[in-house]
Structures are given as structure tokens and as C-alpha cells.
Design a protein around this ligand. Sequence first.
Ligand code: SDX
Length: 374
Amino acid sequence: MGEEIKKGLMGVTVDETAVSKVMPEINSLTYRGYAAQDLCAECKFEEVAYLILNGELPNKKQLKKFEKQENKERKISKILVDAIKKIPKKAHPMDVARTVVSIMGLEDKETRDNSPEANMRKVMRIFAKTPVALAAFYRSRKGKKIIPPKSNLSFSENFFHMCFGKVPNKDIVKAFDVSLILYAEHSFNVSTFTARTITSSLSDIHGAITGAIASLKGPLHGGANEEVMHMMNKIKKPENALKWINNALDNKDVVMGFGHRVYKSGDSRVPTMREYFGKVAKIKKDKKFEKIYDIVEKVMIERKDIHPNVDYPTGPTYHLMGFDTDFFTPIFVISRITGWSAHIIEQHAANKLIRPLAAYNGSKHRQVTSLSKR
Ligand code: SDX
């Protein structure tokens, strides 16, 4: 009998983690024991980033120190700014995200130091500089002047400021902050597992995050939030939604923003994000996407019993906030850097090289013939 193959590592437990868990008893994603939706209600993103990285929620003093560090690290080097200006304008921003983190690795004096202290310092640099670099590309590819970061603005406010030159009203900023909190961490998803696999060879944090970004880009993972928007744009108006989704299901198409490897009866992040999507739609006085959203969701549940994942509400929310569609997954990146980093630090602390086996199904042993005889 051959080896048992667990395709896609489905159902396989490969290691331990203390960072997050979907707790069945409360039917919710938890970070360090706290339900993600409770964190959305009580905290700003910086507090949750601190929690994920340090294991505990910060007190006022700890938060202030953390924010000060993040603020201090926002400045990006001239080398990086010059590189961003030279990147082809049509490049996908996820490829830009991968490239800017890679360049930061070239510049970082501690790249090869994998001690917990050096790793935490590098995390702060990657965490603070990546959104700044992405916002710079947001502007430069439109031929607009790059806006420097502002130190009196929060993490989310500064991202708006650098992309658009202004900070929207506090409810929009809160909705964005909530999306970052919900995107921050999700255990052994494919990009985090990629980061942990890279780390397991004792490679460095810039490399692990670069690899994680490449993994997140795919439409079956983080790239789904962009695909959701493409789908909604194809549907165009609520009157078309019912026919569109029924056709898609008749054709056995994969509908983006639905389904999940772990959640089988609904992603616990969706109700919170759906609520904030509604708030943003109300502020923007644009209910079209909400109507399309509800029709597609209803049919998916009725016909397939497949529920939306977090990428379904974030897509149209970011659109209403004014972001270009190809920037949706990079926004996921700036949040998930926290989760990836916590896992990379965890992997270093109790490392075991990740090296699974494969069942061979290739040719039998054969003799090599020289080139002239082939
Ligand atoms: C994220 O893992 C994480 O934690 C990820 C994430 C995070 O925070 O890190 O939560 C973020 O990546 C969310 C997922 C974003 N991706 C999408 O929205 C893409 C669309 N979804 C699917 O392709 C799918 O549901 C996956 C990739 C998310 C999960 O894939 P699985 O676990 O391998 O399941 P599957 O594709 O084998 O589906 C099982 C069945 C199949 O039908 P049968 O062949 O058994 O008849 O469900 C059907 C699938 O066809 N199905 C869908 C569907 N999702 C599952 N059918 C239509 N549309 C869908 N979206």
C-alpha cells in the first residue's frame, strides 16, 4: 500500500502556535485569546498589532512607546524612494510590496541577525515602512508627488494621508482600522505557512515576509478581495446580480470571496466587516454594492451552503473608500505583517526544518544515454 497523501495538507496539524485560534466554543477567531470582533470594538489597530507581536494588550505607556517606535521608523531611504519611482507604473502593487520588502532587506544592517531582539527591531521597520513605500507607489504611478508621512497621524490615518493627501472622517478611518484588525492574523494560512517554511531553514525575516507576500497575492488567498471587486464590477447593477450568480453556479465557476478551508459555516470576521461596509456605504451614499453583495450571498448560501469569507466585504469597502482595486491586497499585506512576524518569531524560538515527503509517481530507474545517442 502506498503512502497516505494529504493533498493541500488538509486536516494536518504541523506545529503549535500561541498567536491565534478559531475557537469553536465561541465560534470566533481569537488573537492571543481575545475575540477579533471584541478587539475591533475596543481597540485601534496599533493596540492589536502590539498584542499579536507581544502576546498582551498594551497599557497606555506601552502603547505610546510602540506608536513612537512605529512613527520613528516611517521614513524610507532615498534608495527605496528612487527605486519606487523607477518601478514600471503598470506593475501590480503586490509585486511592488514584495520588491520593497526585499529592498529593505538589502539595506537593513541586521538582516542576518535572527535573535529575538533584532527580529523585533526589524519587524518594527518592516511594519512602519511597508505602508509608506506602498503609498509612495500609489502616488508615483499616477505621476503625483509622493507625500511624506506625518508623525501626528495614526497608522491608518497616515496611510490615507499618503495615498490621497487627506484624512477622511473618523468613521471611515475606523472602518479601515477594523479591516486591518480583522486581516491581521489567521494561524497557518498559506502565506503564514510560507513564512514559517522559509524561516525553518533559518533564513531571515525580510525573505520570509517577501515570500509570504508572493503567497498572499494569489486569488485563492488574499488576492480574492480584488477579485470580489472585479466580480461586482462585472455584475454592474443589483438588477443583474441574481442572473449573474445563478449562471456562475450553473457553470461551476469559483465565486470569489466565498468558502474557506477552516470555516465551513461562515467566517467569524464577516459580520463585523459587513457592518462597517454598511456604514461606509451610508456615508458615501452608495448602496449599489451592498445590494449586489446581499443578493450574491443569499444565492451562494441557498444553492451551495457556501458562506462569504472576510475578503467579500473588504473588497467593496475599500472601493467605496476610494482605493484602486489592485491596492486591496497590499492593504491586507500592511496588516498581516503583524501576524506573519509573530509566526516567524515563534518559528525561530522552536524551530524544526519543514521538509515533508512526497509519494513518487515518476519514471522507473533508467540508464542515461549520451547526447549523441539521444
Ligand atoms: C483567505 O486560510 C486562511 O485562513 C485564509 C484567510 C486568512 O485570513 O489568511 O482567511 C484569507 O485566503 C480567504 C479565502 C479567499 N479565497 C477566495 O475567496 C477564493 C474562493 N474560494 C475558494 O476557492 C475556496 O473556498 C478556498 C480556496 C478558500 C478553500 O478551498 P478548499 O478548502 O481547498 O476547498 P475546495 O476548493 O476544495 O472546495 C470544496 C468544495 C468544492 O466543491 P466539490 O468539488 O466538493 O463539489 O466547495 C466548493 C468547491 O468547488 N467551493 C466553491 C467555492 N469554495 C468552495 N464553489 C464555488 N465558489 C467558491 N468560492
